[in-house]
Design a protein around this ligand. Sequence first.
Ligand code: CTP
Length: 399
Amino acid sequence: MNNIENKKILLIICGGISAYKSLEIIRLLKKKGACVKTILTKSAKEFVTPLSVASLSQEKVYDDLFSHENESEMDHISLSRWSDLILVAPATANTIFKLSSGSSDDLASTVILASNKDVFLVPAMNVRMWEHTSTKENLKKLMNFGYQIIGPEIGDMACGEYGQGKMTEPVEIVGSIELYFSNLKKNNNFKALVTAGPTHEYIDPVRYISNRSSGKQGHEIAKSLKKNGFETTLISGPTNLEPISGINQINVNSAEEMFKAVLNCLPTDVAIFSAAVSDFKIKNKEKYKIKKKESMNLHLEKNIDILNHISKHNSLRPKLVIGFAAETNNLNEHAKKKLTEKNCDWIIANDVSDNTIGFGSNFNEVSIFYKNMRYEKLPKMKKTFLADNIVKKVISHLN
Ligand code: CTP
């Protein structure tokens, strides 16, 4: 069995001269046993006919955002949920612009905006359009969104010019899709552990000390690991986030509970410690609610450092141990120190003094420090896309 057999591919065909090659993509995918549904944009119909697409795919062709026939089906949601992968081929300069700005004025763009699946774009356009700064900027945004780009190739173009912009050949596109599914299958053998969120260290039954943390980044990492085929356990401190389907989520309160849950879940291939664990716990937690008084002292003692313990453990240490460092100053120095002192393979460091990123925000801006002291600074991006970026690096490291 090949890796494409029984996979559900949603192919979006846009209006470009290379749309004729999309018919060959459908033929090759069908030959490998995939189920292919298609959306044709308005201008795509100028280049290929719905009849030829429907005949090759043996499925109804979708085009209208609002169809009287299928109103109850909500095509823009159901098509995306149905698919295992969305392929946009050819992706024209106009489509690339629309997707980069979150447009949803037709079925194709709305499906992608509403999608929870991986999106592959196969650009095809004139060389000058491809080289234009606006296309490059739009593409950069799409890559930050986590979309995968195939091509374009260099060669003679239908318009008579020569350069980069030619759509990648169907056989290679199908090859990339096959590789994607085979990687997913390979990752199926990997186990991952993520800690996320804050911990609550109780003073009495109603009061606690804690760290600021929404848990969003860790939850996004767990989501991305799961999406990429990892058997994932998320050990989360208290957050307001929805549970993620398909992963094993263990909710904990205190650092001690988090530590026990981590021990229970090991061994894993990778462990990502993104939790904002409280460094201290209350020495003598009160059984009953403490009554108001003029002043009171809290006796704190050090909590176990979960990351430090696991990364120095002879038998339990996962192959890849990744820590986080949330800093307000001297980011690089502190991150490098934590990398070495906590025996991590990577430290992901972010500056939490900037309110537009980090705590509670949907965005993050981090640098990744590696064991060999090399580091890379990633641009500010949505936590979802940062999670995909991190997971991509994890996959290439493990493989
Ligand atoms: N960490 C942990 N257990 C702790 C404290 C921290 O597992 N008790 C992990 C965090 O999940 C993170 C890394 O250690 O991956 C660094 O956490 P951070 O709070 O940035 O640093 P600390 O080690 O607590 O040091 P400091 O508070 O002095 O910056």
